[in-house]
Design a protein around this ligand. Structure first.
Ligand SMILES: CCCCCCCCCCCC[C@H](C)C(=O)SCCNC(=O)CCNC(=O)[C@H](O)C(C)(C)COP(=O)(O)OP(=O)(O)OC[C@H]1O[C@@H](n2cnc3c(N)ncnc32)[C@H](O)[C@@H]1OP(=O)(O)O
Length: 382
């Protein structure tokens, strides 16, 4: 796999850093998640392919172990509030001095500088600060946050993983590591570059929810079908729009012009009436194989059995029969090979990892007895 041989230390976080770590693990990196001792439960639902060590960073021994793990690794990924790592004596200056090749990725909401740098926050706050949230939502309604996808995952975890891969690539030339300051505000805004830059061509002149791509246009929206399900319509170009009308049994000459916002309320009423007359499956039969850009809005239950996704194997099943998306994109020679084992328990690999990083087994016993580390044996499987 593309990242085989890369050693990553991921300090356990809430959602964006775990996703970043999972991407690296899916593509072959050895990812060790550093968990707290005495944790009631693992909150990391994106632990695929990772190993877990449990360290108590409130003890000098725990901090010493983390330092040893970091200086022998390629990447450290930390999701804490600005200043937490420095307080532990594990700031980038110190670690890069000991390991000049280290890539030190800091994934935060507001970045490492500025008046908000130390403030608590979550996806919705970062999205708000990126400017994008002000553009999301239906006409007449307040701004709407589309799950925690944009800041936490697209602008956060994924962007940070991209930064790590760039730094790894650059290190092959310079031999040097570097610090990555991944701010989710900036990552989200960057992901939204199209929105920012397409203002110049007048794409966002109208208010929220009144433009072509923000649910303003009837040819770019979802519609309820006779069985209470939905279809998604994305028929922008005139030739595709004509196919949409054909499938709906409508004649363009009886309707307001496609690109005239004044006629959009009337057009939407007509489309709503049409889509409500058939089930989702019936619409799929009509539109599949055409360029009308109409697709079913699939539920999680439907998604993996849809013939397209099924043929490509777009979803994988873990041994607990839970489905999840397979890693993307697909590389032709070195594709990701997601680990299908159950997620690690907190501290499941403490002993194994510490010995791998040069600790003697009697040291491990001493650290266990001192409460600086925890080792949890997985429950036996039948
Ligand atoms: C009942 C509650 C249930 C909660 C269920 C949660 C279910 C999951 C849901 C996921 C929701 C996802 C949401 C929508 C998100 O947006 S997640 C994104 C959150 N934001 C970020 O990640 C940005 C960067 N991080 C941060 O800003 C902050 O970490 C935070 C998220 C606001 C949390 O702040 P806070 O809890 O005060 O932690 P921090 O200031 O970072 O300090 C961490 C302290 O913990 C310590 N620590 C760390 N590891 C260990 C360890 N192994 N052993 C012992 N201690 C440990 C650190 O040393 C630090 O301690 P101290 O410096 O405070 O003394």
């Amino acid at each position: 796999m593309a990242l085989a041989g890369i050693r990553v230390i991921e300090l356990a976080g809430l959602a964006p850093a775990p996703f970043c770590g999972m991407i690296l693990a899916d593509f072959g990196a050895s990812v060790i998640r550093v968990d707290r001792t005495k944790a009631a439960m693992a909150l990391d639902t994106q632990a695929r392919g990772k190993r877990s060590v449990a360290l108590n960073l409130k003890t000098p021994e725990g901090v010493g172990i983390l330092k040893k793990l970091c200086v022998q690794s390629d990447v450290v990924l930390e999701p804490y509030r600005k200043g937490v790592m420095e307080k532990l004596g594990l700031g980038p200056e110190k670690l890069l001095k000991e390991n000049p090749g280290l890539i030190y990725a800091r994934l935060t909401g507001y970045g490492q500088s500025g008046p908000y740098a130390t403030a608590a926050g979550h996806d919705i706050n970062y999205l708000a600060m990126s400017g994008l949230l002000s553009r999301l939502g239906r006409h007449g309604d307040k701004p709407y946050s589309p799950l925690n996808l944009v800041a936490d995952f697209a602008g956060g975890g994924l962007t940070c993983a991209f930064g790590i891969v760039l730094a790894l690539l650059e290190r092959t030339r310079s031999g040097q590591g570097q610090v990555i300051d991944a701010s989710m505000v900036e990552g989200a805004a960057y992901v939204g570059s199209f929105i920012w830059k397409s203002r110049a061509i007048g794409m966002w002149e109208r208010g929220r929810g009144q433009n072509m791509l923000d649910s303003g246009a009837p040819f770019y929206d979802t519609y309820r079908t006779a069985d209470g399900k939905h279809v998604a319509v994305g028929a922008i170009e005139p030739q595709f729009y004509l196919q949409l009308l054909r499938g709906l049994g409508l004649d363009a000459t009886d309707l307001p012009p496609q690109m005239s916002p004044d006629g959009w309320p009337e057009l939407r009423r007509v489309f709503e009436g049409c889509f409500a007359t058939k089930t989702q499956a019936e619409w799929s039969q009509i539109f599949d194989g055409t360029d009308a850009c109409v697709t079913p809005v699939l539920s999680f239950d439907q998604v993996s059995s849809h013939p397209h996704n099924k043929e490509r194997g777009s979803f994988v099943r873990d041994p607990g029969e839970e489905e999840s998306p397979r890693p993307a994109p697909v590389l032709s020679r070195t594709p990701a090979d997601p680990c299908l084992d159950r997620d690690p328990r907190i501290g499941q690999h403490t002993r194994e990892v510490l010995e791998e990083y040069g600790f003697k087994s009697h040291d491990v016993e001493r650290l266990l007895a001192a409460g600086a580390i925890e080792h949890n044996v997985p429950e036996a499987k039948l």
